[in-house]
Design a protein around this ligand. Structure first.
Ligand code: ZN
Length: 282
């Protein structure tokens, strides 16, 4: 056996035995923020929105998730929810909206919102979880759910949370729990308890965050009451939590750009969900 062949064998063995890192990586999640923003503003019905949905689907499929879509029309506009499914048992639904607001009405209503934090950050966390969740550790079926049409509320009579409301109204299986992540990427992260969220589940998640050392950012105090994608599920009696950082100066402005988002913030939220799903849920 030649030395070259031996080296080759050793290299092959290293390649076989070193698994892809399967711990949630904030930098990898941040790449998903950038890629979504490169498509431009992504309001429901736009070409960029469709392309974002296609990106989500291809990422889920590449990681071995079973993908379903839910398509319908709202006020003449096509809407598409996307669900990646894996595992068996009671359903845990993690959700984020992937559309962005078509009007930056807190600043200049004629301009759209790029939505690096408001939209892309939650999607990025779910897509990185699609890569890192280890199936053999899951005791539940997991649905990674990407809602369309969350963020045009009060524009020309549109409602908020159109995609998630549709999904909550058309459930064939009732999830055991729903956790929505929205605006989780702010570099100056402050995640407070939210009044419309299930108190028991919310407390579990914040306590878990504390065990991971995130007490500065998962702050166990109530602050806001938010109508977000968790509410349609909560209204059906499902324990539902919204992880959201609503102290974000660039919310619904043209300044909601990737430089305001940090990989470390994405990583903290992703790690909490990863540890919760893989180690805590029984
Ligand atoms: Zn928004």
């Amino acid at each position: 056996m030649t030395r070259t062949f031996l080296c080759f064998l050793v290299l092959v063995c290293i390649a076989c035995s070193s698994p892809t890192p399967r711990t949630f990586d904030g930098q990898a999640a941040y790449v998903h923020v950038v890629k979504q923003c490169e498509l431009g503003p992504r309001p429901t019905g736009s070409e960029a929105n469709r392309a974002t949905g296609d990106y989500i689907i291809s990422e889920l499929e590449a990681r071995g998730w079973t993908v379903e879509t839910q398509e319908f029309t709202y006020r003449g506009t096509p809407v598409r929810n996307i669900i990646g499914k894996t595992g068996e048992g009671p359903v845990i639904l993690l959700g984020a909206h992937y559309d962005t607001r078509r009007s930056a009405d807190r600043e200049d209503p004629s301009q759209p919102v790029l939505g690096a934090n408001d939209g892309a950050s939650g999607v990025a966390v779910l897509l990185e979880l699609a890569r890192t969740l280890e199936r053999d550790k899951l005791k539940h079926q997991v649905w990674l759910t990407f809602f369309d049409a969350e963020d045009n509320g009060q524009l020309d009579g549109w409602e908020w949370c159109v995609g998630s409301s549709y999904m909550a109204a058309h459930l064939e299986v009732m999830p055991a729990a729903v956790v929505v992540v929205d605006m989780v990427g702010d570099a100056d992260q402050q995640l407070y308890l939210e009044y419309n969220s299930d108190p028991t589940l919310q407390t579990q998640l914040w306590e878990l965050a504390a065990t991971l050392g995130y007490t500065q950012t998962f702050i166990p105090e109530y602050r806001f009451s938010i109508y977000d994608d968790h509410v349609p599920f909560a209204q059906r009696g499902i324990p539902a939590v919204d992880i959201i950082d609503f102290d974000y100066a660039y919310w619904h402005t043209t300044q909601d750009t990737p430089d305001k988002v940090s990989a470390a913030s994405l990583e903290r939220v992703g790690r909490v969900l990863e540890v919760w799903l893989e180690e805590k849920l029984r």
